[in-house]
Design a protein around this ligand. Structure first.
Ligand SMILES: [Zn+2]
Length: 325
């Protein structure tokens, strides 16, 4: 990127509820309709593959289709979904999630174009790098998506490695399953996490963790949601303000760790919870500043993600162009 071609690629963002697909040109500009339809995530892989192919067919334009890129939740290694806890099928009354499902070959065979797949959080970071706050020039970027879970992705650039990279590159780890900073431990023997261990970032910043932590701060008899907690803080509720400050402290620890580990130029924060940023981001930045090494801290910008909704689709389009080479 950039290149000169009349062809387009199609980016696919597969979620537990819907599959989205859209065509993009080589500059990341939308080149066709945006398609969204049910992903049938829990109805078995063949149904989900049919849903993906149908969405791609609908997203096609009259321009030549060069390749398809896909953002998929789970541990992705090459053409295989090694593990995806929210995708699978119920057999004899028991839900069996994806283990080593080839999600790429059937789509490649159906469409007769190259297809490349990546983990959704990693792919979103690639989209945010090229078309969002990374502007395609930052010396490394991390995207932290705070929602039900904590998604993290990192894009390294030639400046980030000794020995050379051809271009800005999505970090995936040795077996494709890496960059899970939502599951790094920030509190020893801390709260239980969905992954089965304790004290992970997600146990404190994922939606369930947020609500559990908020309860002692909110004496009112209400069903708490992140939105309500933000509304309370907007209204000056002392407990809610304290809760968000605590949230910022946990996030700040993660930010400091990322800065010291990777010395990235940009760390972007996105996801549903990020909408309440004014209540927690100043504290997070303050804590990160305390934790970061003095010569790394001034060279890192902590920003709100620019491509909040579309980072996955855009990143998938970048993967697709990589598949053409
Ligand atoms: Zn965990």
């Amino acid at each position: 990127m950039p290149r000169v071609t009349d062809s387009v690629v199609i980016g696919v963002d597969l979620g537990g509820t819907n599959v989205r697909a859209a065509a993009f040109d080589e500059m990341g500009k939308p080149a066709g309709p945006r398609v969204e339809s049910p992903s049938h995530a829990r109805d078995g892989a063949p149904n989900t593959i049919d849903a993906i192919v149908a969405a791609i067919e609908q997203a096609k334009t009259d321009r030549d289709l060069a390749a398809v890129g896909m953002a998929v939740p789970g541990h992705i290694e090459g053409d295989l979904v090694r593990w995806a806890p929210n995708f699978g099928a119920t057999i004899d009354g028991k839900f069996n999630c994806y283990r080593d499902v080839d999600l790429v070959s059937p789509i490649r065979d159906a469409l007769k174009v190259p297809v490349k797949m990546g983990n959704d959080a990693n792919v979103a970071a690639l989209g945010e790098y090229w078309f969002g706050s990374g502007k395609g020039v930052a010396k490394g970027l991390a995207l932290i998506t705070i929602g039900t879970g904590i998604g993290t992705g990192i894009v390294l650039t030639p400046a980030c490695v000794s020995g050379g990279l051809k271009r800005p590159t999505m970090l995936i780890g040795g077996n494709g399953g890496g960059v899970e900073f939502g599951h790094v431990v920030i509190v020893k023997d801390g709260d239980e996490c969905s992954c089965g261990t304790r004290g992970c970032v997600e146990a404190y910043l994922g939606t369930n963790g947020l609500i559990r932590r908020a309860m002692p701060h909110i004496p009112e008899d209400v069903v708490l949601t992140p939105k309500l907690l933000a509304d309370f803080a907007d209204e000056g509720h002392k407990g809610a303000i304290e809760f968000w400050k605590e949230t910022g402290e946990y996030l700040g620890v993660l930010l400091g760790n990322l800065i010291n580990g990777f010395a990235l130029e940009v760390i972007a924060i996105g996801g549903q919870i990020a909408k309440a940023y004014k209540h927690f981001l100043p504290t997070a930045v303050e804590v990160a500043g305390h934790n970061a090494i003095p010569t790394l801290w001034p060279d890192c910008k902590i920003v709100l993600a620019d491509k909040v909704e579309d980072a996955g689709l855009l990143g998938a389009s970048v993967l697709a162009w990589e598949a053409v080479e």
